[in-house]
Design a protein around this ligand. Sequence first.
Ligand code: NIG
Ligand code: FE
Length: 405
Amino acid sequence: MEIVDILIKNANELITLKGPDKSRTKKEMSNLSIINKGSIAVKDGIIVDVGKNLKYKSETVINAKGKIALPGFVDPHTHVVFAGSREFELDMKLRGLTYMDILKKGGGIFYTVNETRKAPEESLLRQSKNRLDSMLMHGTTTCEAKSGYGLETETELKILKILKKLNDSHSIDIVSTFLGAHAVPKGYSADEYVDVIINEMFPRLKGLAQFCDVFCEKGVFTVEQSRRILNTGKKYGLIPKIHADEIVDTGGASLAVEVGAISADHLLMSSDKGLKEMAKKCVIGVLLPGTPFSLMQQTYAPARKMIELGVPVALATDLNPNCWTENMQFIIQLACLNMKMTPAEAITAATFNAACALGLNSTIGSLEKGKQADVIILDCPNHKFIPYHFGVNLVETVIKNGRIV
Ligand code: NIG
Ligand code: FE
């Protein structure tokens, strides 16, 4: 009998997400490919078998009776490296100030930029590591993380180097995104700062980022400026992503399609035309319901409409000082309760489609033979409990790369 490293057996629901190896849309998002009383065998970090009553020998046998097992959550949009905190902004929000009001007063991103610029590297590393630890405890096994609290070359590089160190040392796999275009720093016009990004920052990013992102928004970077940045990034091998149509519809969704972005994120205000274009070109819509929640907004991204139009939808925390949560279970809860996604759709969006938003769907995002063994066990009887039993951490065991972490 073959000996494996870990055998998980008898899971009430083994949620495999087995299916086509491309982003799931429409009805496909509802199919979790669940095996009742399912087992999974892991060896050398890889899933070697999935099924019922598997016959393997292992020193580590996890009896998941009464529990569920699923792929580790993938969080495809975070700003995990930042210094300080902005809890005091809550009082301003309660008084009715909007996100943009706070930003225009020099708070928001600018407050965090000041804190991040002056933070010693060890401090920034430690603060970020603590958040990654919390993400892992809440079931996230892979995440994306952006720079963007430097807005000057050296600090942007400092953040990306910290992400590289964290990726090398932490159990969570981190994919880095360069977001030099997160805001326009004091003393520059937007066009002047775009020149700095293009002439000074891009040439120094080698090996430090895989994606390039822009905060394309009224009062931040225009569609034209965003296009210039993302197209130049492509020449440096960076795949475009975009913060699009969060507050105003500027045509960010269409720009994402035009530049060949892998995802467009936020999308609260996108036009039907933009969403239809995204559906046609399979640009992933990464929805971040934590952000309108933290801003106490009534409006969320139109997830139902997007799914009906055929946009492949993913979910992410947007972890940042304005929306501070490490917890993808909470995001699934918001997706269901505030955006009317079904539990199955939200789970697909937080695993397989999230992996697609990082181009990693051939190795993670589903539990299939040959894939990386990133598996989480949740102490609940079925997947509908994730949005139903909210405000607690249901994760009991996290297996990353075939090791219990
Ligand atoms: O995705 N909107 C722009 N960027 C972040 C927020 C960053 C911040 O407020 O510090 C977001 O929500
Ligand atoms: Fe963001």
